[in-house]
Design a binder for this molecule. Structure first.
Ligand SMILES: Nc1ncnc2c1ncn2[C@@H]1O[C@H](COP(=O)(O)OP(=O)(O)O)[C@@H](O)[C@H]1O
Ligand SMILES: [Mg+2]
Length: 387
C-alpha cells in the first residue's frame, strides 16, 4: 500500500462518519426537505480531524451548494480567503469536468479518477472522488497529485533519454562490427575501424559511470573520501593533465590563484574540474582562453573556471544543471556530450557542502564558480610545519 492509499483510507473512514452526520434528517422531518447538519454541529473533535486531513473534503447539499469544506480542499482548489459556503461548486472551482461529476453524484452515481485543473496560478493534477450521499447531496474528496505526476513524467523522460543515449553508440558499434565480420578487411582498415569501436565503447562506459554517480548522489549515497586538501593543488594537477588537449584544440589553458585548504575528496574534486574544464574547452574556439582559478573568498574556497567561448543563452542558464540538458547540439565543436556533466558537478559540489553558479554572456564566454566551505589556514594540520 502506498502512502496515497493510506490517505484515501483515512478519508474514506472519515467520510463515512461525515456522511452519517451531515445527511442526518431531523427527527420527524418527513417533508423530504433535508437540512444538512452544518459543520459547527459536528463533534468538534471530528471536525478537527476532518480539518486536519491532508485530503480535501467538500460536502455539497442536494442542490450542489457547498455545505462544508476542509482546509486541504481550500488549498487544493486555491480558495483561501474566498467565500465558499452556500455557493455552487462550479462558481468557485471553474471546472466543467468536476461539475459534470458532481451533478452525476447528485443524481446517484459515484466516480473516481484523475482530473486536471487549469486554474491560474498553476495547473494541477488531482485525484478526485465524487460520491453520492444517501438522502441527497454529494461528497467530493480530492488530493493534489501534481508533484507525483511531475515525478512520473521525469521518470519517463529519464528512461527514454537513457535508452536513446545507449542506443546511439550501440548501433554504431553494431554497424562497425558487422562491417568487420562481413567484409574482408585488411589489417590497415582494421586499424582504422577498431579505435572507433573502442571510442564508442568508452562513451558508453562513461555514460554508465555518470548514471551511476547521479543515481548514488540522488539517493544520498555518494561515498566521499574526505581529507584536508589544498584545492589549488588539485586544480594544478588537473589543468596539467588537460594541457595536451588544450594545445590540440588551440586554446590557451591557464591556472592561477592561491592555496586554499578545505575538507574534500580529491578524486571527486578532480571530477568537478575535469567536467567544467572539458566543457570550457569544448565551447571555446581556437585562439580563446580558459582560466582555472582557485582563491579564498569570504570564508569559502572558490574554484572558478572561465572561458572566452560561445557562452550560454540567457534562457538556457536556469536549466543547464538539469540532467540530459544540452543547449544546442550543433554548437559544440566535437560530438556533443550527454548533458550529464553539469548535473554531476552540481551533485558533487553540494555533497561537499558547497554550491555552484554560472554567469554567461552570449558570445563572450561563460564563468562557472564553485564555492566550498574553506578551512582556516591555521587549523590545517598538513599546513602547519610543527605537525
Ligand atoms: N563553458 C561552457 N560554454 C558554453 N556552453 C556550456 C559550457 N558549459 C556547459 N555548456 C552548455 O551546457 C550544457 C550542459 O553541459 P553538460 O552537463 O556538461 O553536458 P555535455 O557537456 O555533456 O553537453 C552543454 O551541452 C552546453 O550546451
Ligand atoms: Mg560536459
Amino acid at each position: 500500500m502506498n502512502p496515497g492509499d493510506l490517505g484515501w483510507l483515512i478519508a474514506g473512514v472519515a467520510a463515512g462518519f461525515a456522511i452519517a452526520r451531515l445527511v442526518r434528517r431531523k427527527p420527524g422531518d418527513s417533508s423530504g426537505e433535508r437540512t444538512p447538519v452544518a459543520v459547527p454541529e459536528l463533534d468538534p473533535r471530528f471536525e478537527q480531524l476532518v480539518q486536519s486531513l491532508r485530503v480535501g473534503i467538500v460536502t455539497l447539499d442536494r442542490r450542489g451548494t457547498i455545505a462544508s469544506i476542509n482546509a486541504a480542499a481550500t488549498a487544493i482548489f486555491e480558495l483561501a480567503g474566498k467565500p465558499t459556503l452556500g455557493k455552487a461548486l462550479i462558481e468557485v472551482v471553474p471546472s466543467f469536468d468536476l461539475d459534470r461529476r458532481v451533478r452525476d453524484a447528485l443524481d446517484g452515481s459515484a466516480w473516481r479518477g484523475d482530473l486536471s485543473l487549469n486554474v491560474p496560478p498553476r495547473a494541477r493534477m488531482l485525484t478526485v472522488s465524487t460520491i453520492p450521499v444517501e438522502g441527497g447531496g454529494a461528497l467530493v474528496i480530492a488530493s493534489d497529485e501534481t508533484r507525483l505526476h511531475e515525478l512520473e513524467q521525469m521518470r519517463r523522460d529519464f528512461v527514454s533519454n537513457v535508452s536513446h543515449e545507449l542506443r546511439t553508440p550501440l548501433s554504431s558499434i553494431n554497424l562497425m562490427i558487422e562491417t568487420i565480420l562481413t567484409t574482408d578487411l585488411d589489417e590497415e582498415a582494421l586499424r582504422l575501424f577498431l579505435p572507433r569501436v573502442k571510442q564508442e565503447v568508452d562513451r558508453m562506459v562513461q555514460l554508465v559511470a555518470d548514471l551511476l554517480d547521479i543515481a548514488r548522489a540522488e539517493a544520498g549515497r555518494l561515498p566521499l573520501r574526505i581529507e584536508e586538501l589544498d584545492l589549488a593543488a588539485v586544480a594544478a594537477k588537473i589543468t596539467s593533465t588537460l594541457e595536451p588537449r588544450a594545445v590540440q584544440l588551440g586554446v590557451v589553458l591557464r591556472h592561477g590563484g592561491a592555496s586554499v585548504w578545505m575538507n574534500g575528496d580529491a578524486d571527486r574534486l578532480a571530477q568537478i574540474l575535469v567536467n567544467l574544464t572539458d566543457n570550457a574547452l569544448r565551447h571555446t574556439p581556437a585562439g580563446g582562453t580558459v582560466d582555472v582559478e582557485v582563491r579564498a573568498q569570504q570564508g569559502s574556497a572558490a574554484l572558478i573556471v572561465r572561458d572566452t567561448g560561445a557562452g550560454i543563452p540567457y534562457s538556457d542558464l536556469p536549466h543547464i544543471f538539469e540532467r540530459f540538458y544540452v543547449v544546442d547540439r550543433s554548437r559544440a565543436r566535437e560530438s556533443a556530450g550527454t548533458g550529464l556533466g553539469l548535473s554531476i558537478v552540481k551533485h558533487l559540489v553540494e555533497a561537499h557542502g558547497g554550491r555552484v553558479s554560472v554567469d554567461s554572456e552570449l558570445g563572450l564566454g561563460a564563468t562557472f564558480t564553485c564555492l566550498f566551505p574553506a578551512l582556516p589556514a591555521a587549523s590545517v594540520s598538513g599546513a602547519t610545519p610543527a605537525s
